[in-house]
Design a protein around this ligand. Sequence first.
Ligand code: SF4
Length: 223
Amino acid sequence: MIPTLSSSATEHETIRVNVLHALAYCPRLFYLEEVEELFTQDAAVFAGRRLHAELEKEQDEEWEELVLESAELGLRGKVDALRTRNGQVIPYEHKRGRCYRDRDNKPQAWESDRLQILAYACLIEVVAGITLLEGRIRYHADNVVVKIPITDFGRQQVQDAIQQARQLRQSSERPPIATNERLCVRCSLAPVCLPEETRLAQDPEHRPLRLFQKMMTEKLFTF
Ligand code: SF4
């Protein structure tokens, strides 16, 4: 059974850590999912779920999956796994894909993944009343583990993201499309968002990317 822990309540409904991941990826994606409640089930979504199901089967006594909620922090979510190393509790997040590589080709976390593990760390700190030093993200496609230090700056970024999420929930307007077109190539909601149509409407000279063809190709290779 997965244990559930929570801290005291405030007037705000809690936000899922998963949607903070979407927010860091693209505020419009957050809005489509969280406010308009639009979802598509693409290959990446199914593959991610499959990975988590396989990890649940493989987990031994050292691993523990934990459902957490803190009304005080305004967050809730399910931590993939926790490990204790030298007396320090370390949350783990598992990702099916590859890590980001910096200019020196060193493995790094994607920004949205970094915010996600920081958010889980903040949840654990508030609910358990402990201080964490690091979280880890394992990228299965290239078998890399990236360590994320838990700093005051990171904690503040989580608070800022929660605040932005609350504001967007109150908004009646979709945020603009992402300026970075490459984000749309891997976005599960591109067929709903239609970012290339918007770019073309804004700039008739724009040469649209063929987003859905790429998605279909990925599906063929994934299944
Ligand atoms: S398709 Fe692009 S602009 Fe639209 S939600 Fe996804 S990442 Fe954002």
